[in-house]
Write a protein that binds this ligand. Structure first.
Ligand code: TXA
Ligand code: MG
Length: 324
């Protein structure tokens, strides 16, 4: 008779426990300063495969490799341009991911067969300690089921992956709350693949070089950047108007309220948690307004776009849903 083993998921602060689990080629949830990640040893294809299975992630979507120091970077990246070294000095460890030409040591399953690898130095001390102890880079996508919101606390990660992983390393609430900035440094120029906490302007200022915005071809090369990527169960709609009277439809509407926060940093830090909380309330839909499209606001608006399932517009006090 076939028996299916039910995994009990444990939240722990014990780094050694997680270290042992990862050493045995298991996948475990780890904290980073951006969002929680689902990690496995990057050099072991069997371990990496578990990430794709647990997340139900399409195999064409490559993973970010998390490293401890520049020695590890040299181990995995073929060409490291000088401007990358400059950016590392200025922003790392921190929420900046570099796409670089990869070395053979990185298995194809990590990069979805691409000849480049995405790499970053996470800033969370617990995860830095883990990588240092393991002496092996960790690949880690966000610790959510594919297409869902990224978790920003151990409890949110538990909601996403309960019964699918053995351990969640509890490192508290993530400082930043949205995923890292991703830049492609593998070709001639520099291309912004995903906006994040570190803005395009900050990067350009640090190295006195232009950063190109990504176009359609880049989207094909970085398939994980597809549009509908962070969707809550409840439809979320971006509105332009402020004082909408939600009397239409007799439906209940949840409002993503940014007014209670005093900075964009605070909005970013609480964004996924707040959407998740509204999602759990069973509203007919959620409405959100974008923030000013500058600096970190660009990344916040990008995540809102990805979470939204269509625009709302007002017609004589009636709300009309427009397709995305
Ligand atoms: O903040 C973060 O970056 C978090 C934490 C856990 O580190 N990780 C994260 O991973 O957001 P994930 O898998 O959710 O997003 C990785 C993004 C995807 O959009 C993927 O397409 C892109 O990076 N990516 C990975 N490898 C790439 C490559 N070789 N070329 C282009 N894009 C790549
Ligand atoms: Mg993700």
């Amino acid at each position: 008779m076939e028996t299916t083993e039910k995994i009990t998921t444990i939240i722990t602060k014990d780094i050694d426990k997680i270290c042992l689990d990862l050493m045995r080629n298991e996948a475990a949830v780890i904290p980073t300063e951006t969002v929680y990640g689902l990690a496995a040893k990057a050099y072991n294809p069997d371990a990496v495969l578990k990430i794709y299975e647990i997340k139900e992630r399409p195999k064409f979507n490559p993973l970010i490799v998390h490293i401890y120091d520049e020695k590890m970077l040299e181990e995995i990246a073929e060409e490291i341009p000088d401007f990358v070294l400059k950016l590392i000095e200025k922003f790392c460890p921190g929420p900046l991911t570099f796409v670089l030409k990869k070395k053979k040591i990185i298995p194809d399953i990590v990069t979805a067969g691409l000849d480049t690898v995405a790499v970053r130095f996470p800033a969370h001390e617990m995860t830095r300690e883990l990588i240092k102890q393991l002496k092996c880079p960790l690949c880690a996508p966000s610790a959510n089921r594919s297409g869902k919101l990224s978790p920003t606390s151990a409890e949110e990660a538990f909601k996403e992956l309960n019964g699918r992983v053995r351990f969640i390393l509890d490192g508290g609430k993530c400082d930043i709350g949205i995923e890292s900035t991703v830049i492609d440094c593998s070709g001639k120029g520099i291309t912004m693949l995903r906006p994040g906490f570190i803005s395009k302007e900050q990067i350009e200022k640090a190295i006195r070089r232009k950063v190109k915005d990504r176009d359609k071809a880049d989207a094909v090369n970085s398939p994980g950047l597809m549009r509908n990527h962070y969707a809550p169960e409840t439809p979320l709609h971006i509105i332009e108007e402020d004082n909408i009277k939600f009397v239409d439809f007799n439906k209940t509407v949840g409002k993503l309220d940014f007014e209670k926060y005093s900075s964009v940093e605070e909005i970013a830090k609480n964004l996924f948690k707040d959407i998740r909380e509204l999602d759990e309330k069973g509203y007919s839909y959620i409405v959100a307004r974008k923030v000013a499209d500058e600096g970190l606001g660009i990344a916040i608006n990008d995540r809102l776009e990805k979470a939204s399932s269509g625009k709302l517009s007002l017609h004589k006090e009636r709300i009309k849903l427009l397709p995305k």
